[in-house]
Design a protein around this ligand. Structure first.
Ligand code: IMP
Ligand code: MG
Length: 188
């Protein structure tokens, strides 16, 4: 057992967050998932499909951890308003159909929360006829599920509390943090 380090508290806009997953623990988990993907897709040239903006930090570490010789493309959807998930998912930047067709796609997401984003996006992706889709998410909030999503690799299952850092933001801030921080729920 590691000794518990005291919490670090940070403030973004008007909200406070305390340290939750350390940079070391995240890096260790990313290495494990990378090794499993390398094993699963050995000899293939996958397409890494990165969900912008939140997944860009996780993706950059994960892609290097797999050591697979793949191509990269980006997708952007939008749904979040402040700290609340919305049902209205917009596909702001679709994937390149030519890159997806007949490829083993590793879809990289920062967090699966309500599931609405993946419920909307996965059928769109399948229309482009990939050879397979492997969904990898760094974080999953099982208690927040509104629609079930089949996830192949989950970094960490976490409670239904808003988090920032390692690519995830609160109204634009916090993406650069190497660790993950959880919202401090204060009585106001
Ligand atoms: P879903 O559609 O509710 O599953 O949410 C997916 C998207 O909402 C993620 O890709 C994130 O961009 C965003 N999101 C969900 N939960 C959080 C959070 O705790 N912090 C920051 N962004 C989040
Ligand atoms: Mg996202």
């Amino acid at each position: 057992m590691k000794p518990n380090k005291p919490d670090t508290v940070i403030q973004l806009h008007q909200l406070r967050f305390h340290s939750y997953l350390s940079a070391t623990d995240i890096q260790e988990r990313v290495r494990q998932i990378g090794a499993e993907l390398a094993e699963q897709l050995r000899g293939e040239t996958p397409l890494y499909l990165v969900m912008l903006k939140g997944a860009f930090v996780f993706a950059s570490d994960l892609i290097r951890a797999t050591g697979l010789n793949g191509e990269v493309d980006f997708v952007r959807t939008s749904s979040y308003v402040g700290t609340v998930s919305s049902r209205r998912i917009k596909l702001l930047l679709p994937p390149d159909p030519e890159l997806v067709r007949d490829r083993h796609v590793i879809l990289i997401e920062d967090i699966v929360d309500s599931g609405y984003t993946m419920q909307h996006f996965l059928p769109e992706l399948r229309k482009l006829r990939p050879a397979s889709v492997t969904l990898v998410t760094l974080l999953h909030k099982p208690e927040a599920t509104k629609v079930p999503v089949e996830i192949d690799y989950v970094g960490f299952s976490i409670p239904d509390k808003f988090v920032v850092g390692y690519g995830l933001d609160y109204n634009g801030l916090g993406r650069q943090l190497p660790a993950i921080y959880q919202l401090v729920e204060e009585m106001i």
